[in-house]
Write a protein that binds this ligand. Structure first.
Ligand code: NAD
Ligand code: MG
Length: 391
């Protein structure tokens, strides 16, 4: 049993809190070295009192001061800013980094962990959608261990041969089957989708998650981002990745082999399971999640995905096929339209419309460096904001 020393980027979010839940069950295995949060200072302070990290990071000096005050008397060094996030992601005394910041803001810190050769537990799928090529190159160059936290990709990882060479054909893999719950609007009459509110969109039937990923699940952009994520993680072509709707969220994804075998990972829908898998890998630890009772569940159902109802899924495949920085453009514009929808500045059906327009105008450009990608990301945000304001 190896003691693991952890940094959690985004410890105040849903994934962060679930990670700390697993860590708290195994104090003999996991020690928290650093935590980070954006604006939930009271929650971060409470986590610091409980887990006694050496470092806590927030985004700006005002919040750092508030956190310092809240932690008076405790031996926690409070830092702020993106550079501090990169620093706690690459500390020599840390071997494992949970990358659980939401959105493109999580990319630089996750990349720092990869460059430092850490065990990177990647929840922040936007890192791969925005900068998959550069992130995967950093993992290879440093020899970092990359463990997917997204439940689907964790399931695929568990259903893959070990060690996986990065070449599906070499292992007789035909297809990756990503399962999707279909979100809250899977059966809602299409003609009523125009009236969808933010409250309805964030009310996911099976998972309790942050707001951004909940809206992404409602539009199925989340599944689109996950197709792109699977492409980078497993080096699979878009035509080797299919989506199948599975409303119960018990089968978390599957790998189909040339002989017709399909391997899957099943569990109750609780993020502590993929988190614990990655934390303890290759060992296994208890999570406190109830055992899966298949007889009680009775049936698992599957259906084809409906791209008329969910145009965002189609846009993600298109962006992946277009290559270059197209998925960066899609991700950046998506963050802006989701924020606008949550603020009631645009209606639900405008989300895919604006994304389609931004992709049309800015998709397909090559990007030779991370800095170029960040410039394209900024342009896509600016255009999305302009289209949001213009409607
Ligand atoms: P969340 O909104 O609950 O938490 C986000 C965390 O990031 C918080 O700690 C917040 O303080 C921090 N943060 C936000 N903006 C920041 C910024 N600009 N700089 C620094 N920190 C910032 O989100 P979540 O649901 O925990 O999701 C986190 C990531 O995990 C996302 O990329 C999401 O796609 C992925 N993910 C989540 C789930 C889930 O079940 N929640 C499942 C799969 C993947
Ligand atoms: Mg997922």
């Amino acid at each position: 049993m190896t003691m693991r020393y952890l940094t959690i980027l985004g410890s105040t979010g849903t994934i962060g809190v679930n990670t700390l839940d697993v860590v708290a069950r195994h104090p003999d295995r996991f020690k928290i070295v650093a935590l980070s949060g954006q604006n939930q200072i009271a929650k971060l302070a409470e986590q610091c009192r409980h887990f006694k990290p050496k470092y806590a990071v927030v985004l700006d000096p005002a919040r750092a001061l508030a956190l310092k005050t809240a932690l008076a008397g405790l031996n926690v060094e409070v830092l702020y800013g993106v550079e501090a996030l990169e620093r706690i992601a690459s500390l020599a005394e840390v071997d494992t980094v949970m990358a659980a910041i939401v959105g493109a803001a999580g990319m630089r810190p996750a990349l720092a962990a990869a460059q430092a050769g850490k065990r990177v537990l990647l929840a922040n799928k936007e890192t791969l959608v925005m900068a998959g090529q550069f992130f995967m190159a950093a993992v290879r160059a440093s020899g970092a261990t990359l463990l997917p936290i997204d439940s689907e990709h964790n399931a695929i990882f568990q259903s893959m041969p070990e060690p996986y060479s990065g070449n599906p054909a070499a292992h007789g893999i035909r297809r990756i089957l990503l399962t999707a719950s279909g979100g809250p609007f899977r059966t809602r009459p299409v003609e009523t989708l125009a009236a969808v509110t933010p409250e309805q969109a964030v009310a996911h039937p099976n998972w309790s998650m942050g707001k951004k990923i909940s809206v992404d699940s409602a539009t199925m952009m989340n599944k689109g981002l996950e197709v792109i994520e699977a492409h980078w993680l497993f080096n699979a072509r878009p035509d080797q990745i299919d989506v199948v709707v599975h409303p119960q969220s018990i089968v978390h994804s599957m790998v189909e082999y040339q002989d017709g075998s399909v391997l899957a990972q099943l569990s109750n829908p609780d993020m502590r399971i993929p988190i614990a898998h990655a934390l303890a890998y290759p060992e296994r630890v208890a999570t406190g999640v109830p055992w899966l009772d298949l007889a009680k569940l009775g049936q698992l159902t599957f259906e084809a995905s409906d791209t008329d109802r969910f145009p965002c899924l189609k846009l993600a495949y298109q962006a992946l096929a277009a290559g270059g920085s197209s998925t960066t453009v899609l991700n950046a514009a998506n963050e802006e339209v989701v924020a606008a929808f949550l603020d009631r500045r645009i209606p639900y059906l405008t989300i895919p419309k604006i994304l389609g327009r931004v992709l049309e105008r800015l998709g397909g450009q090559p990007a030779a460096s991370l800095t170029e990608l960040e410039t394209i990301d900024a342009k896509a945000r600016a255009l999305a904001i302009e289209l949001i304001a213009a409607r």
